[in-house]
Design a protein around this ligand. Structure first.
Ligand code: TYM
Length: 347
């Protein structure tokens, strides 16, 4: 495809988070906060999604828990600063075109591509025969989430990079197979100091809601005392903080805490080190916990307030789905037309 003939796509951001229960500082800094920044920049249309279809791929979730998690995540998005009037805020299963396009992409993606996905290998573990087919097909649904909006940019944390490369491969293969320039080759946006927030107990492991140790993560719902205690106990080394970025090499735990501080204070790592270089952790950790409490506590109290009015959350999601379908229904119809299928009947 030459540049002269390439289609120009509306600048549009799409990203999603699984309502699998609990949000961590990693989700907030690696995803939500950046979603808000992209919304507020006003340079792109922004679509943000609770991916409930993805949330059932790994383990069985009882229906009440899934419903609660989805509403809680919606409250989390809004509390973090997503404005449901400015952005389109949706729950994946309420916009059926995601799953419809995913089927098409199941037929575009190759088994070998999926087998290479590190998340599949990690999550399926040794017992792949017992993993769900949905877990294997997960990245094709993710590609459909993005491409059903013709999204051009996808802000995510580092752990999603391979899935976004696969999304590009699917778009390229579809366009090539059908001789069209229909799906954009999406750009991953993996930027800033906190694209990979690490465990507070082990600087080589990602901070994750599925880590058995609660001390390894800061939850969006942790109160001030809990946050301070977890940071006080965070693993570090005996040295003072360096004044230059190079000094963080081979100091995974120190680098992680400095990255978190930089992302929370909206500074670069170099700026933070210019301020705190030479300090011992005994002095730096209280600074970090004060900052984390100041930034996170208002989000968790706003989340709790929003959860008091679940009918309002449901209304927001219904409205979001209506707005989303004005984009996704025509794209699905065009996709079917390209493939030689009859467009879905509208009721
Ligand atoms: P999920 O729900 O695991 O995580 C949501 C977002 O949070 C980021 N994240 C982190 N960032 C930095 N440090 C961490 N420790 C950390 N932990 C999580 C993730 O990178 C992600 O951006 N497959 C996706 C959801 C998804 C999606 C999509 C994303 C479904 N469809 C389409 C983008 C576009 C996932 O499981 O994210």
């Amino acid at each position: 495809m030459s540049d002269e003939t390439a289609t120009t796509f509306t600048p549009r951001v799409f990203s999603g988070i699984q309502p699998s229960g609990g949000l961590t500082l990693g989700n907030y800094l690696g995803a939500m906060k950046r979603f808000v920044d992209m919304q507020d920049a006003g340079t792109h249309e922004t679509v943000y999604c609770m991916v409930d279809l993805h949330a059932i791929t790994a383990k069985f979730l009882d229906p009440d828990t899934l419903r609660k998690n989805t509403r809680e995540l919606c409250a989390g998005f809004i509390a973090a600063g997503i404005d449901p009037e400015t952005s389109i805020l949706i729950n994946q299963s309420q916009v059926p075109e995601h799953a419809q396009l995913a089927w098409i992409f199941n037929c575009v993606a190759r088994m070998g591509w999926m087998q290479r996905m590190t998340q599949w290998k990690d999550k399926a573990g040794k017992n792949q025969q017992n993993a769900s087919l949905g877990l294997f097909a997960y990245p094709a649904l993710m590609a459909a989430d993005i491409l059903i909006y013709h999204a051009t940019h996808v802000p995510v944390g580092e752990d999603q990079k391979q899935h976004l490369e696969l999304t590009r491969d699917i778009a390229i293969k579809f366009n090539h197979d059908y001789g069209v320039d229909f799906f954009p080759v999406t750009e991953p946006v993996i930027e800033g100091a906190a694209t990979r927030v690490m465990s507070l107990r082990d600087g080589s492991k990602k901070m994750s809601k599925s880590d058995p140790s609660d001390a390894s993560r800061i939850n969006l719902t942790d109160d001030a005392d809990t946050i301070a205690k977890k940071i006080r106990k965070a693993k570090t080394d005996p040295d003072a903080l360096p004044s230059e970025v190079d000094g963080l090499q081979d100091r995974a735990e120190a680098r992680n805490l400095v990255n978190i501080y930089a992302a929370l204070s909206e500074q670069s790592v170099a700026e933070v080190l210019a301020e705190v270089g030479g300090k011992q952790f005994g002095e730096f950790k209280p600074m970090l916990s004060d900052l984390a409490v100041a930034k996170m506590a208002p989000i968790s109290s706003e989340m709790a307030r929003l959860m008091d009015d679940q009918a309002e959350i449901d209304r927001i999601l219904t409205r979001g789905a209506e707005r989303a379908r004005a984009i996704t229904a025509p794209i699905l119809r065009q996709t079917y037309d390209i493939i030689g299928m009859v467009p879905p009947v509208t009721l």
